[in-house]
Design a protein around this ligand. Structure first.
Ligand code: FPP
Length: 245
């Protein structure tokens, strides 16, 4: 809750694969492949550290605007990574879930996602949520639509709709909200990521490109997080009194 505590849930925007490749005069694909390797290392580091949940932004609702060839390569990479890695993730007790509009993804990727979720559903070491075809506004909109359906069906009264009831329909509602948000690649924005969930999350930005983000960089982000005081709207005095009580 306050200074020194471990983050339970870490959310990451993995940015900078393309620039990493360009600096090496390599095709962008090489950057994405290096990004996959960085992702594997960070998943392992989070599992070792006892983090409860890690949520990774793999593909946003807006990423379809990229050149068709890059979108295709990314989708193939997701599919191949999922097929190659799911066994090892499962052996390590890691649960894998996806958030976002999966109906918009290719048929074989949807099948593999379903398999991965089913296979790892009972694992309790670390939950890795992969946001694919995900948008924060779309997430809130789908929650509002489902609440509206409940109201229209007479199962909920309009005056019962508040932040708590709506929040139950937003994705990841069964997990603690992210404690720490990390964005690599130098941009300082949220880019329609977990808009609902990040209300009280500590934000950490780095210029480091995603393929260069390693466990030491993760430690740096966590150490910075641990030096902060989270007040959730209360005063410093209240927080300190609570801590010493
Ligand atoms: C940002 O680089 C990254 C993405 C568009 C997402 C793809 C992420 C990976 C391939 C990492 C692995 C993920 C999983 C779930 C296995 P960018 O292309 O936006 O970089 P740029 O801003 O330098 O062009």
């Amino acid at each position: 809750m306050t200074e020194g505590s471990e983050p339970d849930h870490i959310a990451i925007i993995m940015d900078g694969n393309g620039r990493w490749a360009r600096r090496r005069f390599s095709p962008r694909t090489e950057g994405h492949k290096a990004g996959v390797r960085a992702t594997q290392a960070i998943i392992e580091a989070c599992a070792r550290r006892g983090v409860t949940a890690l949520t990774l932004f793999a593909f946003s609702s807006e990423n379809w605007r990229r050149p068709e060839s890059e979108v295709r390569i990314l989708m193939e990479l997701f599919l191949r990574t999922l097929r190659d890695e799911i066994g090892r993730l499962h052996e390590n007790g890691i649960r894998v879930r996806f958030i976002g509009d999966r109906a918009g993804l290719g048929r074989s990727l949807q099948t593999e996602i379903g398999r991965a979720e089913e296979k790892t559903a009972a694992n309790g070491n670390l939950t890795v949520n992969i946001a694919a075809n995900y948008g924060g506004r779309q997430d809130i909109a789908q929650a509002a639509r489902r609440v509206a359906e409940e109201v229209a069906a007479g199962r909920m009264r309009p005056e019962e709709v508040d932040a708590r009831t709506l929040g139950a329909y937003v994705s990841l509602s069964d997990l603690p909200e992210p404690d720490l948000f990390i964005r690599t690649g130098g941009e300082r924005r949220i880019s329609n990521y977990l808009l609902w969930h990040l209300a009280y999350t500590e934000l950490w930005f780095t210029d480091r490109l995603w393929p260069d983000f390693d466990s030491a960089a993760l430690e740096e982000a966590i150490a910075d997080y641990q030096g902060r005081q989270r007040r959730f709207g209360r005063t410093t005095e209240q927080v300190e009194h609570q801590r010493h009580a």
